[in-house]
Design a protein around this ligand. Structure first.
Ligand code: FE2
Ligand code: FE2
Length: 238
């Protein structure tokens, strides 16, 4: 469990609150992936996973542009950007995996096993995903195919969640400290606003409202106090 945040000494400290919301959301997605191993459809998982990826993409892009982008000559800033790339890559792989449906995990596994056999006929058959699905269902039964794919799905979601948690720790330890040292309160407030409010969206509050929901009442109050300070900033131009 993460500790409760009791004060925000600098505007950038709101990062810990935002990361806290991500903790809760990604653990929820992971739980749904774990439960999916028992069967049932993936609707609830897919919608929670989609929301997680949407939040994460916006968060990482905004940080690259407005937080680490201006930190020239900073290795921790560059490392942070590389970690974002890694997260995006993992997310894309997962989206592709989910898109393949319930035979995805198996297809990968069987393809490797079949290739090892070097059996020309099998290899040709495996070139078509539908064939693979048919072969597998016939050989193993549909339920086992689904069960195996769900295990792989769970493992991949957990992998992404672990990568994300490591990233948050690194960012809080190595990047936020530089931001505190090198950027003015006003600059930090501007970054915080861009991370929490999306002026380009039909509902600009889709981030801050979600973060608030995931927090303890006292932390929610800190977030609201910070938001009140945004009013004094000039409007975000781009
Ligand atoms: Fe962050
Ligand atoms: Fe980040």
């Amino acid at each position: 469990m993460l500790e409760d945040v009791t004060r925000l000494d600098h505007p950038i400290d709101v990062m810990v609150l935002i990361h806290k919301a991500f903790h809760a959301l990604s653990l929820h997605v992971e739980e749904l992936a774990a439960e999916s191993q028992e069967g049932g459809d993936l609707k609830e998982f897919e919608s929670a996973f989609g929301f997680w990826v949407k939040q994460l993409l916006f968060h990482a892009e905004t940080e690259d542009k407005y937080m680490t982008g201006p930190l020239e000559d900073s290795q921790p800033a560059r490392d942070n950007e590389s970690e974002h790339d890694e997260l995006r890559e993992k997310g894309t792989e997962l989206v592709e995996f989910i898109g393949k449906g319930d035979t995805a995990g198996l297809e990968e596994h069987v393809r490797a096993a079949m290739l090892a056999l070097e059996d020309q006929e099998h290899q040709q058959l495996l070139e078509n995903a539908n064939d693979v699905e048919e072969i597998l269902k016939k050989e193993m039964g549909e339920q086992r195919v689904v069960a195996r794919t769900r295990r792989h799905l769970y493992r991949r979601v957990m992998g992404m969640r672990i990568l994300e948690f490591d990233h948050f720790e690194n960012e809080e330890a190595f990047v936020c400290s530089i931001v505190r040292d090198r950027m003015s309160e006003k600059q930090q407030l501007d970054i915080a606003r861009r991370l929490l409010i999306d002026e380009t969206a039909a509902d600009p509050r889709w981030i801050i409202d979600w973060v608030a929901e995931e927090l303890e009442p006292r932390e929610r109050k800190l977030l609201a106090e910070l938001e009140a300070r945004f009013a004094r900033l000039a409007p975000a131009v781009d």
